[in-house]
Design a protein. Sequence first.
Length: 254
Amino acid sequence: MMNLREKLNPLLYELPRLHLIDTLNEARRKGASIFEQWELIQSKKWIELRGNPETIIEFLPEWKGLLPLVKSAHALIQDSDSLVRSTAAETLRQLQDPRSLPFLLQAVRDVHYRVRRIVLETLGNLGDPQALPFVRISAIDEDGEVRKEALRALGKLNARREITFFLNALKDPYLAVRKEAIQILGMWEEKEATPYLIPLLKEEDPEILENLYQTLGKLGDPEVIPYLNKAIHDNPSLELKKHIQQAIDHIKGV
């Protein structure tokens, strides 16, 4: 049975970072193709587990489009070890190869939250509408960061028909989810979201409030102005007062 080191060999490198960069740059100067560079790396046995697999993945963009690497990640994202699966998911995130879509869709329900987070980010970046049903399910995941990544992916997929998920997310107990929902509703200028946003004026987090004021300003509903006037009176923060006034001015067309 293969051990962890052997499983990760197709994804990771052995020699120090600068040595690898210098060698690949020299090969490029000599006109080596991307596949010749890959063969060079394989022949010198440079791909091997070394240190933290979450930090050494940074090299993979150097080999973007390499079919052998993509195939290795496809196989490993189905591995029994969660560390192997998360490393493979991170590989696919950086490669951004459309051929990975079927494997990513399968991995979106992985039992490990880290794998699900990485996969959702990748699906959003790929922008393939086939991912929508899978991302939609993740919007009600038990993990807050997974729910946030699902909303972000829905935003990137321009899933305006899924507005219900964003409106429900405004009541999510996880702050980052609420913040993501506010930002996307503002980006889409979804005016029907205004009544759902007003209760969030009671939020205490400055970052959430700043995003909320900006979004309300974009939506431009005059009925919000009394609420904003009260907020500008009650809020002690000069910085937030500035954002509230900007929202009011935007609604009034000043």
